[in-house]
Ligand binder design. Structure first.
Ligand code: LMR
Length: 329
């Protein structure tokens, strides 16, 4: 059986639940035979590698290390869940300081050991900001890094399918833009339910305005709800969505959702936010977001929130002021 590529995929935070799940998913999808598990906390890492070997994935060679140089040398694809996870009662923004510092170091390590990396996926929160910090310190092109917003679009799809009690694939073109946080912009105008525009259903007895507001809230609070239900934060869904992004970046099946992407032009300067994006082997490209006036206003406020988080990271000293960003590398 063929692989998409023979190039090295390094999974950061591989001793954790998300990381080990990513490795298994990547092996099952036959992305590459060359999977390196990295975790600075060696505890359990060898066990994860051993278990994956016991799965006996044909042709897959699993290595593991707690040495960053070994992990990143030759890596062409990196996916990182290597930050602190959210706990019950916290917002993603509560993780800002510690995780932004981790992201800065991650970026420096990419620059030092694999500056020609082809695609990086960052999923530790707040992912739009940790992604931005990683990208700046790594000195990689914005088109080479994506974050976690696709997970909000899958949540919207799943909540709509649940409401109408239909198979999930019958709900199409669900879109959330802006940040992967409670200020995300949930767009109703693009989605279709079994071919019918969602907007034709909202406000009818099939989906009352109250039911839509509650559904929307469940999407926005999707991650917090998982924490409530499992007692710890999500692992299967972020893991799957990230590996789908890596697959698209390797030239495999297209990634189905818009994803977090740093955009330096077009009015969204100096932040990273979810746009209508396409991930290919040549990098991430984006097109303009279209929506109703209300949706665009929501996107604008999501954007302002991300600018505020960016400014907090600058105040913390993790990033220099915007006009000095060119000095980072
Ligand atoms: C999610 O949306 O599931 C992740 O961002 C994890 C979290 O803290 O909610």
């Amino acid at each position: 059986m063929n692989f998409l590529t023979n190039e090295k995929l390094t999974i950061v935070g591989a001793a954790g639940m998300i990381g080990s799940n990513m490795a298994q998913t990547a092996a099952m999808m036959r992305l590459t035979p060359n999977i390196c598990l990295y975790d600075p906390f060696a505890n359990g890492l060898e066990g994860v590698a051993e278990e994956l070997r016991h799965c006996s994935f044909e042709g897959v060679h699993i290595t593991f290390t707690s040495d960053i140089k070994e992990a990143f040398t030759g890596a062409k694809y990196i996916v990182s869940s290597g930050g602190a996870p959210r706990k019950e009662g916290m917002t993603r923004e509560d993780l800002l300081k510690g995780n932004a510092e981790i992201a800065a170091q991650l970026g420096k390590d990419i620059k030092a050991y694999c500056p020609d990396v082809k695609h990086v996926v960052i999923i530790f929160n707040p992912a739009d900001i940790t992604g931005l910090v990683t990208m700046l310190y790594a000195g990689i092109d914005p088109s080479r890094l994506t974050t976690l917003a696709g997970l909000d679009s899958t949540r919207l799809q799943s909540e709509i399918a649940k409401h109408f009690d239909i198979e999930q694939s019958k709900v199409t073109n669900t879109r959330t833009y802006g940040g992967h946080g409670e200020q995300m912009a949930v767009f109703a105008s693009s989605a279709k339910v079994d071919g019918t525009p969602l907007t034709d259903l909202i406000g009818t007895d099939k989906l009352t305005n109250e039911a839509w507001a509650a559904l929307r809230e469940r999407v926005v609070k999707g991650g917090a709800n998982i924490i409530k239900l499992r007692g710890r934060s999500s692992f299967q869904s972020p893991s799957y969505v990230s590996i789908e992004m890596i697959r698209a970046a390797m030239g495999g099946e297209a990634f189905r959702w818009p994803s977090g992407c740093y955009v330096s032009t077009g009015g969204f300067d100096h932040i990273m936010m979810a746009m209508e994006t396409k991930i290919t082997k040549d990098g991430v490209s984006y097109t303009d977001v279209k929506g109703t006036e209300t949706e665009m206003a929501e996107l604008q406020s999501s954007y302002k929130h991300l600018c505020d988080l960016r400014d907090q990271v600058i105040e913390m000293g993790v990033l220099p002021p915007v006009d000095k960003w060119h000095t980072i590398n």
